[in-house]
Design a protein around this ligand. Structure first.
Ligand SMILES: Cc1cc2nc3c(=O)[nH]c(=O)nc-3n(C[C@H](O)[C@H](O)[C@H](O)COP(=O)(O)OP(=O)(O)OC[C@H]3O[C@@H](n4cnc5c(N)ncnc54)[C@H](O)[C@@H]3O)c2cc1C
Length: 379
C-alpha cells in the first residue's frame, strides 16, 4: 500500500484534473495526479474557451502563454443555407487541446507537481479513501477528486443504474490546413457545421448531424469521407469543400446521461465531465471543467481540513449552474438542427433582427460567470 494519506488524489489528467492539480499545488496543498494513459493525447481536436474558462486560465497565469500561440477570433459568423444571417462579437480563445494540455502540464511541473502515468483506476473504496489501479497498485489517500471524464468509473460506482441514452446526434470532426480568422457556423436541416482557427494555418472542423446511426462515443473512432458525405446529404458542399478523401476524419456518438443528484459522496468529489457529461452544442464542457477546478480547489484552500464543508459548498455552488448549462446545450442542439422551413425562418429572423435575444442569454448566463465572485458571495 502506498501511503499518500495527506494528499488529495486527482484521477485523470484531462482539463479538470490538470487545472485542479495546478490550483492546489500553487497553494501548497499536497496533491497527487493519476492518469491511465502513458502520455497526454489531444486526439487531434480543437477546443473553444469562452470568457468564463478564460478567467481560470488567467488565474493560473497561463493565459498569456496560450494566447501567444492560439487565435482569438473576434466574430462568430452564422450562416443558414450558406447565406450569412448575422455575426456577433465574441471574446474566446480557439486552440488545439494539445496546446491547452501542454501549458496546464508545464505549469504543474513548474510547481514540482507529482504525476503517475499508466495508472488506470479499477476500484475505489470511498469509505477508506483507497484507490486500486491496474497491476494491483494500491494507494491510501486523504480525498479523491474524480476528474476521469465522461465514462468516469467513480461516477458509475455511485450512480450505477443510469445507462447513457443515444441523443439522436453524432459529430464528425477533423483538423484541416486552412487559414481562417473567425468562427463560422453553418446551420442546415438536420445538421450544422462549425469551423474555427486553432493556429495560423489550421482550423477545427466539427459537423453535427441528426441521425439514428449510433456512432461510438469515442475520440478514437475514425470514419471515411464517403460516410461523411452520406451524413451531410442535405448540406451545401461549399461549407466543407476543404475536406477530401485524404483528410483524417473522426466520428463521435453523442449520448445523454441523466443529471446526477449529488456530485460528492463520502471521500469522493466529482469534477468536469465525470460530474456533468453534457452534449457539446455550446462548447462548454471544458469551460465547466475549468470552473469546477477553480471552485473546488479554492474551497479546499479556504476551508483547510474541513472537507465536509468544502464538499457541501461545492455542491451548493455547482449543481444549479451545471443543470442550467446542460439544458441550454440540449436546447441549442435542437435549434441548430431545425428542418421545418417556417421555424428555420423564425430562428433566422430572430438571429438577424434581435441578436441580443439570440446570444444575450449565453453571454449573461454563461460567459459573464465569475467563479471568484461566486465563492465570495456564498453565504
Ligand atoms: C466533439 C466535441 C467538441 C467539444 N468542444 C468543446 C469546446 O469547444 N469547448 C469546451 O469547453 N468543451 C468542448 N467539449 C467538451 C470537452 O471536451 C469536455 O467537457 C472536457 O474535455 C472535459 O474535461 P474533463 O477533464 O472532465 O475530462 P477529460 O478531458 O475527458 O479527461 C479525463 C481524463 O481522465 C483519464 N481517465 C479516464 N478514466 C481513468 C481511469 N480509470 N484512471 C485514470 N485516468 C482515467 C483520461 O485518460 C483523461 O485524461 C467538446 C466535446 C466534444 C465531444
Amino acid at each position: 500500500m502506498n501511503n499518500y494519506s495527506n494528499h488529495i488524489a486527482i484521477i485523470g489528467a484531462g482539463i479538470a484534473g490538470l487545472a485542479l492539480s495546478c490550483i492546489l499545488k500553487k497553494a501548497n496543498v499536497p496533491v497527487v495526479l493519476f492518469e491511465k494513459s502513458s502520455d497526454f493525447s489531444d486526439y487531434g481536436a480543437g477546443i473553444s474557451i469562452s470568457p468564463n474558462g478564460i478567467k481560470v486560465l488567467k488565474y493560473l497565469n497561463i493565459y498569456n502563454e496560450i494566447i501567444s500561440v492560439s487565435p482569438k477570433p473576434k466574430k462568430a459568423v452564422f450562416f443558414s443555407n450558406n447565406k450569412k444571417i448575422n455575426s456577433f462579437d465574441i471574446n474566446v480563445i480557439t486552440t488545439s487541446r494539445k496546446v491547452l494540455y501542454k501549458f496546464l502540464y508545464n505549469k504543474y511541473k513548474s510547481l514540482d507537481g507529482e504525476i503517475f502515468f499508466d495508472h488506470d483506476l479499477c476500484d475505489v473504496d470511498f469509505d477508506k479513501a483507497e484507490l486500486k489501479f491496474s497491476g494491483d497498485k494500491i494507494y491510501k489517500v486523504k480525498h479523491i477528486a474524480a476528474c476521469d471524464g465522461i465514462k468516469s468509473l467513480c461516477r458509475k460506482k455511485i450512480d450505477y443504474q443510469k445507462e447513457p441514452v443515444y441523443s439522436g446526434y453524432s459529430v464528425w470532426r477533423a483538423i484541416v490546413e486552412k487559414k481562417q480568422q473567425n468562427t463560422h457556423t453553418f446551420l442546415g436541416p438536420n445538421h450544422h457545421i462549425v469551423t474555427y482557427p486553432i493556429s495560423n494555418s489550421k482550423i477545427s472542423f466539427v459537423a453535427a448531424i441528426k441521425t439514428s446511426k449510433k456512432y461510438k462515443e469515442s475520440w478514437k473512432s475514425s470514419g471515411t469521407y464517403n460516410e461523411l458525405r452520406n451524413d451531410l446529404t442535405f448540406s451545401n458542399k461549399d461549407s466543407y469543400s476543404f475536406i477530401n478523401e485524404n483528410t483524417p476524419l473522426f466520428k463521435w456518438g453523442v449520448y445523454i446521461r441523466p443529471h446526477i443528484k449529488n456530485i460528492t459522496y463520502k471521500n469522493l468529489t466529482l469534477l468536469g465531465d465525470a460530474a456533468h457529461p453534457i452534449v457539446p452544442f455550446i462548447g462548454q464542457g471544458g469551460c465547466l471543467a475549468l470552473e469546477d477546478a477553480y471552485i473546488f480547489g479554492n474551497l479546499l484552500i479556504k476551508y483547510g481540513s474541513d472537507i465536509n464543508k468544502t464538499q457541501n459548498t461545492y455542491e451548493a455552488l455547482r449543481i444549479k449552474r451545471i443543470k442550467t448549462i446542460a439544458n441550454m446545450s440540449l436546447r441549442q442542439g435542437h435549434l441548430n438542427h431545425i428542418s421545418n422551413p417556417i421555424i428555420v425562418y423564425i430562428r433566422n429572423f430572430v438571429m438577424q433582427y434581435f441578436p441580443s435575444l439570440a446570444i444575450g442569454s449565453v453571454r449573461k448566463k454563461i460567459w459573464n460567470y465569475d467563479p471568484e465572485e461566486e465563492i465570495r458571495n456564498f453565504k
